[in-house]
Write a protein that binds this ligand. Structure first.
Ligand code: GDP
Ligand code: IMO
Ligand code: MG
Length: 427
């Protein structure tokens, strides 16, 4: 099974980092293919907790080569900060590679992200403020800066100047901000050039060669299906393609090289930022889920919005991504409820729908239709086989599996590396 993609099936923070890390030593290459340091992936190894934003979670495995693909937008300051912090904690970090075609997040992208959100007021997206949207806009608009541009000072200077020509007008005339100096930006970016040089590769070639060699290549998705710019709850999405197909465009491998798509689904639902969320709980139950699940953002520290499991959300993601296996995370967080609601359909203006609505206005109008299963009170963090789980807990998992149209092959019962139940081997 050489080509494996991990994706989020909800709105992010499903536990992709932990699932990636759990595949551990079987993985030869771990690749980020979309997004940037808007991601926050947590891996807990014994008493140590690591929060990764830009580097693939495979960095914690010394035998794994980490690759930042062309589909990622790279904040170089964050790249070095993360490498240095990991090195200071004793992690071997001499193995990241970075695509020459990956785009750069420059300081002005983060500035534009923040000022445009402020300008949007109540219509804001609730972005992470990391410059993600503006960097991808420049890429599509063909005025982006790429990693390879760092290797030629003249090329870089000309591109920065061209990129800032229009932006400085917008910054000054619309947002009332000081124009950005092209020289300063170029200088700052060039200060990263020497250190980046040894890491820069034709990542598409490296990965295809690795797959030809039967190496196990894991594509670690960031964000999630419902944050995808094409398939998510637009415009309340990120600006890239976190879906499984994004692994191909974002790293340069053909679709036939993907053998497995592992969808990560939290046993309930969370979302950060604005946008529709049919099963959201705004009451004490929502607060209990937030506290029990420690649902606070890894990147921005924002409290996550919480709600019950929405089968329509996950089923839609599984359909569009061709999910072969689901890894159900944070099941332990649901211990202690007397009964647990599962959203099995929506009521849209008086009509029942069993599938994800086609339009955003129907989604905005959707009211969850719940089915209830009995809860369990025994802690389950020590469970290592499905049979170890209490009967009602097994019934909850089985019911979810019927609703989401993909087999549940693994279950998370705690944040630590070893706190999982493996039902079918994932690599
Ligand atoms: P990601 O962005 O998808 O990698 O997920 P995050 O790291 O942002 O959020 C998931 C959180 O849940 C992290 O704090 C993980 O340590 C934690 N976590 C992951 N799996 C489990 C699990 O099965 N049980 C519990 N209790 N926590 C988990
Ligand atoms: P991981 O990989 C949860 C959300 C933001 C905002 C929207 C757009 O940890 O699951 P952006 O800064 O990308 O332009 O923000 O997307 N968002 C995430 N939510 N987890 C993430 O990553 C996210 N990355 C972006 O909150 O609503
Ligand atoms: Mg996260």
């Amino acid at each position: 099974m050489p080509g494996i993609v991990i994706i989020g099936t909800q709105w992010g923070d499903e536990g992709k980092g932990k699932a990636t890390d759990a595949l551990g030593e079987r993985v030869d290459y771990c690749v980020r293919y979309s997004g940037g340091n808007n991601a926050g992936h947590t891996v807990v190894v014994g008493p140590e907790k690591f929060s990764l934003h830009l580097l693939p979670s495979g960095i914690l495995n010394p035998n794994c080569t980490c690759v930042i693909g062309n589909g990622v937008v790279v904040d170089l300051g964050v790249f070095y900060q993360e490498l240095d912090e990991l090195a200071s904690r004793g992690v071997t970090v001499d193995h990241p590679l970075i695509s020459a075609n990956a785009h750069i997040i420059a300081s002005y992208h983060a500035t534009i992200d923040k000022v445009s959100e402020r300008f949007a007021g109540s219509k804001k997206i609730g972005t992470t403020g990391r410059g993600i949207g503006p960097a991808y806009s420049d890429k599509v608009n063909r005025v982006g800066l790429r990693i390879q541009d760092l290797l030629n000072a003249d090329v870089l200077a000309a591109k920065v100047e061209a990129a800032l020509e229009q932006k400085n007008q917008v910054l000054a005339k619309i947002y009332n901000r000081r124009p950005v100096s092209a020289e300063q930006v170029t200088e700052e970016l060039l200060s990263y050039a020497d250190r980046i040089r040894p890491y820069v590769v034709d990542a598409a070639r490296v990965l295809n060669d690795a797959l030809d060699d039967n190496k196990v290549v894991l594509f670690e998705g960031a964000q999630a299906h419902h944050l995808d710019v094409d398939h998510g709850t637009y415009p309340y999405v990120t600006s890239s393609n976190p879906i499984a197909a994004g692994a191909c465009t974002g790293s340069g491998v053909g679709p036939r090289r993907i053998d497995k798509v592992i969808g990560i689904a939290k046993a309930y639902t969370t979302r950060v930022g604005e946008g529709p969320f049919p099963t959201e709980l705004l009451d004490a139950d929502g607060e209990k889920l937030r506290q029990d699940g420690a649902e606070f953002g890894v990147t921005t520290g924002r409290p996550r919005r919480t709600g019950w499991f929405d089968a329509l959300v996950v089923e839609q993601a599984n359909k569009v991504n061709g999910t072969t296996d689901v890894f159900l995370t944070k099941l332990d967080v649901l211990t202690g409820w007397q009964r647990i609601p599962i959203c099995v359909a929506y009521d849209v203006n008086g009509e029942r729908t069993d599938h994800w609505p086609m339009t955003m206005f129907d989604l905005e109008a959707a009211k969850p239709v719940y089915e209830y299963v009995d809860g369990w009170s025994e802690p389950i963090t020590a469970a290592r086989t499905f049979a170890d789980l209490p009967y009602n807990c097994q019934a909850y998992v089985r019911r979810l599996e019927e609703l989401i149209a993909a087999p549940i092959s693994g279950i998370g019962v705690g944040p630590r590396r070893d706190e999982s139940i493996v039902i079918n081997d994932l690599a």
